[in-house]
Design a protein around this ligand. Structure first.
Ligand code: SF4
Length: 324
């Protein structure tokens, strides 16, 4: 699965379960596999509670896995120790969803950004440290004058720029962007997505971009993976997904995106599909297709066994009985 370029991140049969109480198991990520090539952006999309944030955090080693493997440049992320672990922590960074919650408002910007530089001993002396802080501030569209201000003095968009600067300061190669724009005003969202795209081009970064909205990842993603209740239901190139969605869940997600131009909206070839009800609980899920309870095409067979992701050609994978 994926392109023939160098694979940076390889996720194979990843499971991340949480024990809840004595008898309950929350299957947040349940047998998920994908790859991300160097320089690529994979969008990971699904509704709240589908496991996408847990998946991102497990990929970056913030959570231990239950089973499966996550390899970064060929090395098992969850078996790293000592120097190799520290090197991975530098190369793989995370940008968090909430720019208000993820930055200590009482810390100065220079301390927030300088923390990683200090931990990884990337600067020799105060001047080199300060120069690096100024450099990343400029890379994210801020400037050296912002370094001595406190996080609480900034707007949401500026705080997210600081969050990105904090991640960039240690010269990462891979970033998990965990809903980096969903807490921001729509007008600011495009600015942050454009900034991330520009940084990717200039610094050669690789992204896992987690979002609950397919419209957010459309322009930035090379490929998009759709997650439903801990399982991948579809993964393919971004253009292909938006032009030719196959899984009933992906179709419903896409049809929910409003098109601002009423003429285009009238002509859209994907009819609006109402997604009834909430995402069912990932606690002790039934054995069949997880989308069964909300799918208009569900049959008895769908409820019996989980459909596997199958290539429909050109690397367009879908897990649905309609395509077996
Ligand atoms: Fe719907 Fe069945 Fe396909 Fe699941 S396998 S998405 S229930 S048609």
């Amino acid at each position: 699965m994926g392109s023939e370029k160098e694979i940076m991140l390889s996720v194979e049969h990843l499971k991340k379960y949480f024990q809840v109480g004595r008898n309950q198991v929350l299957k947040a990520v349940d047998d998920v596999s994908f790859t991300i090539a160097r320089g690529e952006t994979l969008g990971l999309v699904g509704e709240s509670g589908c496991g996408k944030t847990t998946c991102g955090r497990t990929c970056i080693g913030l959570y231990p896995k239950t089973s499966g493997t996550v390899s970064f440049c060929g090395k098992d992320v969850h078996s790293l120790s000592g120097r190799a672990k520290s090197e991975f922590r530098k190369k793989a960074q995370m940008v968090f969803q909430d720019p208000f919650g993820s930055l200590d408002p009482r810390m100065m910007v220079s301390d927030i950004i300088g923390e990683g530089i200090d931990i990884h001993r990337l600067a020799h002396g105060e001047k080199e440290r300060r120069d690096r802080i100024y450099e990343v501030l400029e890379q994210v569209g801020l400037n050296s004058e912002h370094a001595n201000r406190f996080a609480h003095e900034f707007s949401g968009g500026q705080r997210q720029r600081i969050g990105i600067a904090r991640a960039l300061a240690v010269k990462p190669e891979f970033m998990v962007l965990d809903e980096p724009v969903s807490a921001l005003d729509v007008s600011i969202q495009a600015q942050i997505v454009n900034l991330l795209m520009g940084l990717q081009r200039s610094l050669g970064l690789t992204y896992l971009f987690v979002a609950h909205d397919l419209s957010v990842v459309k322009h930035i993603s090379d490929r998009v993976a759709v997650l439903y209740l801990g399982t991948l239901v579809e993964i393919t190139g971004s253009d292909e997904l938006y032009r030719n969605p196959l899984h009933p869940y992906t179709k419903a997600l896409l049809s929910a995106i409003p098109i601002p131009d009423p003429k285009v909206e009238q002509k859209r070839d994907v009819q609006r599909i109402r997604l009834e009800g909430e995402v069912p609980s990932p606690m002790n899920p039934a054995p069949g297709c997880r989308f069964c309870s909300r799918c208009r095409y569900a049959t008895k067979a769908c409820a019996e066994t989980m459909p596997e992701l199958k290539d429909q050609g050109n690397g367009h994978f879908v897990a649905c009985r309609l395509y077996e």
